[in-house]
Ligand binder design. Structure first.
Ligand SMILES: [Zn+2]
Length: 306
């Protein structure tokens, strides 16, 4: 069984990436804060188990005859031992332990000319709280339909101007780490859905500006921020490659760019882990997953022992 799982871990970086989505082309595994852990949770043909991590339902994907939990690990998660709660049909819940390693992300200093976007006023704080509530509700959504796959396209052409996980200082004030990937592009550059999904939310937020949130199924949610224009409406189905809006400079920005977030079980994780190997080859520096650090994609085989 070990060999099968080793192959699964390698698949996204090799020619095997062409396997069909129904076979579960899983994201790259990076069991660190801001990364993704892939944990064996059962054997098919038994039905997919119900898996919960930290109170959130977890995506479960079948590869061959094995069910894998694809667990998003928040940037704020403490390294060490963690547990999944697994429920098979009528049987009582069991727990599966997995280890989370450490990852030191780089530091970035950003100068924001609009001081109010760094030191919000009381009325802004009320709006920010409403924004947060709406976004957490979106990110906590778990729809039963399975994602079509995990090998994403890049949603916009452009240069990576801010990697995932950067420990950020705005005008020298420490702020939350960077929970997405920034792609700098001229205003009006089209943004396309990197995978099929449905529009979960659209809005205009204080920090994030004009925003689209897509639901790809089973808690896999992606978000697009700072848009100049939104081209979809809430509830609409979008196909892979369909235009959802255009790059802009709304919200807290230093210039036009797309901030792209990927979330699993309400944890924002490194979007580069989900890019197809073809996409990652186009820009080896900017699109190398920060959650992997210096490690190669092959270095973390997935164990599946009973
Ligand atoms: Zn960003």
């Amino acid at each position: 069984m070990r060999h099968l799982h080793f192959l699964v871990a390698l698949a996204p970086g090799l020619a095997l990436a062409a396997v069909s989505a129904s076979q579960g082309d899983l994201p790259l595994t990076a069991p660190v804060p801001g990364g993704v852990a892939i944990v064996c949770v059962g054997q098919a043909p038994s039905p997919a188990p119900h898996v919960v991590f930290d109170g959130q339902r977890v995506l479960v994907a079948r590869v061959g005859d094995v069910w894998h939990a694809v667990v998003g690990l928040p940037l704020a998660l403490r390294p060490g031992a963690h547990e999944l709660s697994v429920l098979d049909g009528e049987r009582s819940a069991r727990t599966i332990r997995f280890e989370v390693g450490t990852r030191k992300y780089e530091t970035q200093h950003v100068t924001i000319a609009d001081r109010r976007k760094v030191e919000p006023e009381p009325e802004d704080l009320r709006r920010i709280a409403r924004d947060q509530e709406s976004l957490v509700r979106a990110f906590s959504t778990f729809s039963d339909s399975a994602p079509e796959g995990f090998a994403f396209d890049l949603p916009s052409t452009g240069r990576v101007s801010g990697g995932f996980g950067l420990r950020r200082f705005f005008n020298n004030e420490p702020r939350l780490p960077h929970s997405g990937l920034d792609i700098a592009a001229p205003e009006g550059t089209p943004i396309a859905a990197p995978a099929a999904g449905s529009v979960l939310e659209t809005g205009d937020y204080f920090f994030y500006g004009r925003t689209v949130v897509l639901d790809h199924g089973q808690g896999m949610i992606t978000m697009y921020n700072h848009l100049s224009r939104i081209d979809v409406t809430k509830g609409a189905r979008v196909a892979r490659g369909e235009k959802i809006g255009a790059v802009g400079r709304t919200g807290r920005v230093t210039g036009p760019h797309l901030h792209w977030s990927v979330s699993l079980n309400n944890a924002r994780v490194d979007p580069a882990l989900f890019l197809s190997s073809e996409v990652r080859k186009q820009d080896s520096a900017g699109l190398r997953p920060a959650a992997l650090g210096g490690a190669s994609a092959e270095s973390t085989p997935i164990r599946c022992g009973e």
